[in-house]
Design a protein around this ligand. Structure first.
Ligand code: ATP
Ligand code: MG
Length: 753
């Protein structure tokens, strides 16, 4: 075995242990900034340097493509260029690649299309129409979400039909789900969920294929493990079953995706799934000041469901956290901009050292305006991604058609874009023909002479078909992608119609298309095998966070969700108001306060040196000024590490808002104490005729996170989080058959199973 590399000394003792423990399952549950991601990175470099594995024997799964890229670059610095051959990326990107190799085994071709949320929504809308539902009444998004949940819980359409017959919506979903799966298959397309679920199907049906990948990935590593969902958990377990060299790192306190089915229990179950698992805690935080860590700790300990962890730091105490008390959102953005300028001048920070974090995307608008006005450069992460813009999706739909003509959804998107006289009526006739003959729309277009179509439309169809066929020929002959793209933009009349429109909007669209051409040229120059299919698959998986550029001298603005795993010297967490952060309304059963609190914990722990919280006393909503209460989270932060600064404009406006505010800041400091020993309430369960006693003592109350329970309507499920106390205790339960529900413990008739 080669001598140990010097880089091992970049790590502390516990981190070194984790890196050296190469064989067998390893679990690292540790707090923010304790070097979990660093351990994964070094561990991979170590495995290769110690010749335990070749780079392409290692599979590393990260939460964003950007995280994967950074990790790869760091490993390259440690061990050299070999790192390029690692299998590293998000679950979606890695498994889409595997599916490209194996697609034929499950009835797809390697050129399958990937549908983003919008595409799949369109497909569902189309199906609703075909089934005579009105998409205005039955929202395609709702059906999409129910189908997505079912897929991620690995519920097959047939079983959906058997189990979910409780509401009209369930009936409709049951009806549409099966057709949707069929339709996608027909279109040779997979949606985002399929990229996780189809590999499971593949591995279940083809033992040999599973074994091939088990042998290939001798070492598997997963970052942000707390946010994996059931399907992700299952597929990695399948792959790791043979060698059991599975290393997962995560922090239960940072689990913020339960709305997407992420299951905190995956961390907790790891130990029972792998009895020989070794657990190594990391306790030293290298990221933040003591004040920031204290604030974070005071927040997260309010949650009932946390694993026990220690986190300390050698770093300085640092500055107290400043709470900016603002009049409204303009006042807030102004003050944040002023602080940025001031800290930059006084302490020498660069613009890229700052981040503004908010709960929801729309909050960025006022910041954008203010920063622009004040000359603060910024980069916005999130919002509509480049590849989701209409014109970009149109061009990509054309390109998709060249390799996957059976993809009706993409074909429908551009058949009359730009307008070429194939109107709704003609399209309807063509579609009807396709359905009747169980053919793809493209096949019908190719044989358009066989149906009775409005003559001018028929002529357009012929021209369209011959244009696409011509481009397909070019592609076959190995013509460059960029040239094919230019030709299609010209021949389809797409560019011309934008030029003719000559509006500011159409000009922007043109520029975006030119930018897409740049991306295509770049891809062709920088890939050994630049096929159209790999280009399309790569870009369909680009997410907003991937665009974020650390080096750019600009303030970063993003949601807290997008900031996971990142760090910044100075962080502003803004909009800390009730009904904004935490999101939703006080009485809304669906709001999971513990998850909101974890989200706040994630926000705080992004900060290295300086942290600001801010809230507004009023905010515009639907064109009206509304009063806002400060977030309860502000009252939960340990008071000795914060100081409040009231904005000048509040004093000017004090007569109309002060009274209200006083009331709300007082209410947060009330402390309620419980007598743990006393049963809080008794309830007679009529259906089973047993009396159960509810306690507020976590030691005696069986309805803790992780408990498996049965509900008399929803059936069996698992408690995934719990919030509130006493009579107000709420639990979020993932019901096997009914998905996620939030219930009041007092009224829910639950039984531990
Ligand atoms: P999160 O929970 O937010 O994802 P994490 O546990 O993954 O955090 P890292 O991002 O790996 O933490 O590390 C936090 C910071 O501390 C990084 O800047 C990292 O380089 C630094 N760091 C980690 N370990 C050490 C160490 N032993 N010596 C010096 N710096 C370290
Ligand atoms: Mg990390």
């Amino acid at each position: 075995m080669p001598k140990e590399p010097d880089f091992i000394h970049d790590l502390n003792e516990a981190q070194q242990r984790a890196v050296r423990h190469t064989e067998g399952p390893l679990l690292i549950v540790a707090g923010a900034g304790s070097g979990k991601t660093r351990v994964l990175t070094y561990r991979i470099a170590y495995l290769i340097q110690q010749q335990k594995a070749a780079p392409n024997d290692i599979l590393a799964l990260t939460f964003t493509n950007k995280a994967a890229k950074e990790m790869k670059e760091r490993i390259q610095q440690l061990i050299g260029d070999e790192a390029r051959r690692l299998w590293m990326g998000t679950f979606h990107s890695v498994f889409s690649k595997i599916l490209r190799f194996e697609a034929e085994k499950i009835g797809f071709t390697s050129n399958y299309s990937i549908y983003d949320t919008d595409d799949s929504k369109n497909a569902i809308k189309q199906l609703l129409r075909e089934n005579n539902y009105d998409p205005k009444e039955i929202r395609p998004r709702t059906i999409q979400r129910l189908i997505s949940d079912a897929k991620n819980e690995l519920i097959h359409p047939d079983h959906y039909q058997e189990k979910f017959v409780h509401s009209t919506l369930d009936d409709i979903t049951a009806n549409i789900y099966g057709q949707y799966v069929e339709r996608l298959k027909h279109n040779n397309a997979m949606d985002f969920d399929d990229l996780l679920v189809k590999p499971i199907e593949l591995f279940q049906q083809h033992e040999g294929v599973l074994e091939k990948y088990q042998d290939r990935f001798k070492y598997i590593l997963i970052d942000e493990y707390q946010d994996t969902n059931h399907a992700q958990y299952k597929v990695t377990n399948m792959l790791a079953r043979k060698y059991k060299n599975l290393c997962v790192v995560g922090d239960d306190a940072q689990s913020i995706y339960s709305f997407r089915g992420a299951d905190i229990r995956n961390i907790l179950d790891f130990k029972s799934d792998y009895e020989e698992a070794v657990e190594i805690p990391l306790e030293q935080n290298y990221r933040s000041t003591k004040a920031i860590l204290k604030a974070a700790d005071s927040i997260i300990k309010r949650n009932d469901s946390q694993l026990n962890k220690t986190l300390w730091t050698d770093n300085d105490m640092g500055d107290a956290i400043t709470v900016l008390d603002n009049y409204d959102e303009r006042d807030e953005a102004n003050r944040v901009a002023n602080y940025i300028q001031e800290l930059k001048a006084r302490k020498g920070y660069g613009y890229n050292d700052f981040a503004v974090l908010y709960r929801t995307n729309y909050q960025s608008r006022v910041y954008e305006e203010t920063f622009r006005r004040k000359g603060v450069p910024y980069q916005l992460v999130g919002g509509l991604s480049f590849y989701q813009r209409k014109e970009i999706k149109d061009v990509l739909a054309y390109l998709t058609l060249l390799i996957n003509p059976d993809d009706d959804t993409n074909l429908i998107r551009i058949i009359n874009e730009p307008s070429r006289g194939i109107g709704n009526k003609s399209l309807h006739d063509l579609m009807a023909q396709a359905r009747a003959g169980n053919q793809s729309l493209w096949r019908v277009l190719e044989n358009v002479g066989e149906i009775d179509l409005y003559k001018p439309a028929e002529k357009s169809v012929r021209e369209f078909v011959s244009m696409i066929n011509d481009l397909k020929k070019d592609l076959k002959n190995g013509r460059k992608l960029i040239n094919i793209t230019k030709k299609l933009l010209e021949q389809s009349g797409y560019m011309k119609s934008l030029v003719e429109e000559n509006s500011p909007k159409s000009m922007t669209r043109r520029e975006n298309i030119l930018e897409l051409q740049n991306a295509i040229s770049y891809f062709e120059k920088n890939n050994n095998n630049p096929s159209l299919s790999s280009f399309l698959q790569e870009i369909s998986l680009i997410t907003d966070t991937d665009k974020y550029d650390e080096e750019k001298p600009a303030v970063t603005m993003m949601t807290v969700h997008a900031a996971k795993g990142l760090e910044f010297p100075v962080v502003f967490v803004v909009g800390l108001e009730e009904e904004l952060f935490p999101v939703g309304s006080r009485d809304n059963e669906e709001v999971n306060i513990e998850e909101e609190r974890r989200l706040f914990y994630v926000a705080i722990t992004r900060a290295e040196e300086v942290l600001f919280f801010s809230h507004c006393r009023s905010r515009y909503k639907y064109g009206e000024e509304q009063r806002k209460r400060r977030s309860r989270f502000l009252d939960e932060v340990s008071p000795d590490v914060v100081r409040t600064e009231t904005g000048a404009s509040i004093k000017q406006n004090s007569n109309n808002l002060n009274g209200d505010q006083k009331e709300s800041s007082d209410s947060g400091s009330t402390k309620i104490e419980y007598d743990w020993k006393k049963p809080l309430y008794k309830k007679k369960n009529r259906s089973s005729n047993t009396t159960r006693i509810y306690y507020d003592n976590p030691d005696e109350d069986p309805f803790q996170v992780g408990a498996r329970v049965e509900h008399n309507v929803f059936g069996p499920g698992k408690i995934i989080s719990r919030s509130g106390q006493g009579e107000k205790t709420k639990v979020v339960i993932y019901f096997k058959e009914r998905g996620r529900k939030t219930l009041m413990l007092r009224v829910a008739k639950l039984q531990v199973i």
